[in-house]
Write a protein that binds this ligand. Structure first.
Ligand code: SAH
Ligand code: F3S
Length: 486
């Protein structure tokens, strides 16, 4: 009996060894993947890497040794597209020494330009839109056989909920978990609804499973991702806009964003939870109340407003007024007094005059954002603004207004970081500081970067840090011990 079982173990070992060997042989192709643009693109690249791992591709950071180069692209501003085209030139140079290398374009530019890409950029072998990544194995077979391949079909229900992402360039501490895809908002300047399709939400069970799995792997913080997270609505699948066709039963068991946040907070009470992005018109009080109720949900909201002028907000099809935005800010400050708030702003939207611009500056004065992402308006082909409005603000005026917005933001950033001086705050260590190897870099609940001497702490530790100094974007301090809230 005993012998038999020993034999069996040896047999299993052998099988295991063979399996490993097979995996090594078939995993002989090398994938190099580069991502541009929003966090969703970085998260999608992890899904792509996972789909291709099953096809025998290992990822590499060495462009020159790649069999397949994928670039996950962004269309949000013209400059983002130019950056990608420059990279394609670089890939072209590499292809001269490595002629077997294939190049695929993923993401928003793929969706926007479709097969035109193949004509415009001769180096490109494959064009794949954001909802078509599961078709990659077939498309790669096509290009292996010497044909170009294109799939840019947008989907009603693809959320990649069943794909476990391979974490790329991970610090092992923070990770993105996508919860919705697409956007129905149709802001008139924005290309996203065209490149990413209609909005759909992912099954909460698969979200929770992914979060649990991340915790087991040692991750300490997740960011729930979507173009418009507050619009999350699970009612059994399908598009958000089809919710009106949902049955009584589906409605009764539906999960909105506040509920999802609560489910995630309860599933992993020690995990830090963030989310991005919130559109003011969809953010409800119960989301803010849920944030206040669960200490593991971070006190930080990215709340893009784009402009402080009611006239411009209307022209942008942002479905709230300046006054409603202030009301939301007041509610956030009342319910979560130490909540950090950040913005996105666009300077020089068509017809914007000095008065509109002053409205933007005065809105900023009211909110005093912790930080922000600020852009000059860039006309995007196919959007309503491009079709109906002339891009009539001179480049130098856009630049000057943008400068004024950035300068004001910097002043407010400093005002906000100064509020942390002298306090002891819980920081999650993400890695070494970029500027000094003797220091750790982490973030507090408000998402502000905190830098402090390493001592004996380690990546992934929650540490209480006394804040002694600051710049307009960074806090400097010293650790006073591990956080006992964890
Ligand atoms: N809801 C999205 C917003 C996507 S775009 C999210 O999850 O981030 C990010 C930001 O880019 C927008 O908030 C807006 O400020 C900016 N942006 C979008 N289209 C733009 C354009 N045509 N010109 C300049 N900035 C733009
Ligand atoms: Fe774009 Fe507005 Fe959606 S900025 S992503 S259309 S919320």
């Amino acid at each position: 009996m005993k012998n038999h079982s020993v034999e069996k173990i040896i047999e299993e070992d052998r099988q295991g060894a063979t399996l490993t060997l097979d995996a090594n042989i078939s995993n002989s192709r090398k994938l190099y993947i580069e991502s541009y643009g929003c966090q969703m693109n970085f998260s999608d690249s992890e899904i792509v890497a996972s789909i291709l791992a099953k096809e025998g591709f290992n990822t590499t950071n060495e462009l020159t040794e790649a069999d397949l180069v994928l670039v996950n692209t962004c269309s949000i501003r013209e400059k983002a597209e130019q950056t990608v085209r420059k990279r394609l030139e670089k890939f072209n140079a590499v292809k001269k020494v490595n002629p077997g290398m294939k190049v695929g374009v993923l993401g928003c530019m793929a969706e926007r330009l479709k097969s035109k890409f193949l004509e415009e950029e001769k180096i490109v072998d494959m064009v794949v839109g954001p909802d078509a990544y599961k078709d990659l194995p077939n498309l790669i077979q096509e290009i292996d056989e010497g044909r170009n391949a294109v799939n840019v079909i947008l989907s009603k229900d693809e959320t990649y909920g069943d794909v476990a992402p391979v974490r790329l360039n991970s610090n092992g501490v923070t990770a993105f978990v996508s919860i919705t895809r697409g956007c129905d908002n149709m802001c008139t300047f924005c290309v996203v609804p065209f490149t990413r399709g209609r909005e759909r939400s992912r099954d909460p069970r698969s979200i929770i499973d992914e979060v649990n799995d991340l915790w087991e792997k040692g991750f300490k913080e997740i960011t729930l991702l979507g173009q418009n997270v507050d619009s999350y609505l699970w009612y059994g699948g399908g598009l958000k806009k089809d919710y009106e066709k949902a049955t009584e039963m589906q409605r009764a068991t539906s999960v909105n964003f506040a509920k999802l946040l609560e489910l995630v907070a309860l599933a992993q009470p020690k995990m830090r939870i963030r989310f991005s992005t919130s559109n003011p018109q969809d953010m409800t009080l119960d989301v803010i109340e849920t944030m206040a109720k669960y200490p593991n949900i971070c006190n930080y909201i990215h709340l893009p407003v784009q402009s402080g002028s009611n006239r411009i907000l209307k022209a942008m099809n942002r479905l709230h007024t300046r006054e409603e935005y202030f009301e939301l800010i007041d509610n956030i400050r009342r319910i979560i007094p130490d909540c950090a708030i950040s913005q996105d702003m666009i300077a020089g939207f068509p017809t914007e005059n000095e008065e509109d611009h002053q409205d933007t500056l005065s809105l900023m004065e009211y909110v005093k954002y912790d930080f922000g992402f600020m852009f000059a308006y860039s006309e995007r082909p196919g959007t309503l603004a491009a079709r109906k409005m002339e891009d009539d603000i001179p480049e130098e005026t856009k630049k000057r207004r943008l400068r004024e917005i950035i300068d004001l933001q910097q002043k407010h950033g400093l005002f906000r970081t100064q509020q942390h001086l002298g306090k002891v705050e819980e920081v999650l260590i993400e890695g070494p500081s970029k500027k000094s190897n003797a220091h750790w870099m982490g973030r507090n609940s408000q998402n502000t970067v905190v830098v402090f001497p390493k001592e004996n702490y380690a990546i992934g530790d929650f540490v209480n840090v006394r804040i002694n100094d600051c710049t307009s974007a960074t806090l400097l301090g010293e650790a006073v011990g591990l956080s006992d809230a964890r």
